[in-house]
Design a protein around this ligand. Structure first.
Ligand code: GLU
Length: 303
């Protein structure tokens, strides 16, 4: 299998130094292994994605010296693939519609007997209100609703793929998680239920979700090494579960440190001050950008 990495930005703002670090790392790793580096545009959020940001992504990455094969995959063109997977999961009785809004979830999760709401990778861990509402009803006999968010019944899903006897899921971490997790990362179905909960797999406004699309696209692009920021380390367990459910391979993960501003805060899309385009306009060179993100080309592992 060809060593393959990818960079998967969302065209919802300018690329900043954190993106440059991630893209350069994925690119250099592929080059040093004689493998492939792919680009994917994660534009499922059409309300925030803009064509001019996408154009700027191509321009910035080319300027940094990166090359990738064409055509580039754009998630907005892949809804039929996502629908197929959702139909599959729906027909296996693993999804249910959710009509709770943020306020309902916050209220149910912080009810007096529940204590403080627990947080998972997607925010407050869903307390299961709609799962209970649909209990005992065979939803798989009905058509899959397209106008409502669909949640994964994580207990049922984990039981199906990992069973009782097995230890659960795992993935190889070649970089570092936020708590310096590395190596063979294993987790149990119980941990999935208590630290992630029933997450949304298809959002009302986009007919898919980051988690579903990323897993399907990494598999379609035969990505062997997912290189991305540590902020997505917790999401890897969700991705491993989905890979097992959808019969997809689990790649190796390389979560890298985050580039922070002077106050130690992680850079966000709105950090225009750190936008690559701004440094370009000021006359910086791609080598300057590498130096700014502390990129040491002599080190093989960037943790
Ligand atoms: N599209 C995501 C972002 O821009 C990256 C997701 C990933 O690398 O898995 O943050």
């Amino acid at each position: 299998m060809t060593f393959t990495t990818r960079f998967a930005p969302s065209p919802t703002g300018p690329l900043h130094l954190g993106h440059a670090y991630s893209a350069l790392l994925a690119y250099d790793m592929a080059v040093s292994e004689g493998g492939d580096f792919l680009l994917r545009i994660e534009d499922i959020d059409q309300s925030r994605s803009r064509a001019h940001w996408e154009d700027q992504i191509y321009g910035d990455l080319k300027w940094l010296g990166l090359t990738w094969p064409e055509p580039v995959i754009r998630q907005s063109e892949r809804q039929p693939i996502y629908d197929q997977a959702l139909d599959d999961l729906w027909s296996r009785g693993l999804l249910y519609p959710c009509s709770c809004n943020r306020k309902d979830i916050a209220a149910a999760a912080s009810a007096p007997q529940e204590g403080a709401p627990l947080l998972g990778p997607d925010g407050i861990i869903y307390p299961g209100t709609c799962r209970v509402r649909w209990q005992g009803i065979d939803l798989s006999r009905r058509a899959r609703p397209k106008d409502q968010p669909l949640r994964l019944n994580i207990a049922k899903a984990a039981q199906l793929v990992f069973g009782d006897a097995k230890p659960g899921g795992s993935f190889p971490e070649l970089g570092l998680g936020p708590m310096k997790e590395s190596g063979h990362i294993a987790f149990t179905p119980y941990e999935l239920q208590t630290t992630i909960g029933d997450f949304v797999l298809s959002r009302r406004d986009m007919g898919t979700s980051y988690h579903l699309s990323v897993v399907l696209d990494d598999a379609a692009q035969k990505i062997t090494h997912v290189v991305r920021g540590q902020d997505l380390f917790e999401a890897a367990r969700i991705h491993v579960l989905l890979q097992a459910l959808l019969d997809l391979p689990t790649p190796a993960y390389f979560h890298h440190r985050l580039i922070r501003d002077d106050a130690g805060k992680r850079l966000a899309k709105r950090d225009d001050a750190r936008a690559i385009a701004k440094y370009r306009a000021e006359g910086a060179s791609p080598q300057d950008i590498r130096a700014m993100v502390g990129f040491d080309p002599c080190r093989s592992l960037h943790r």
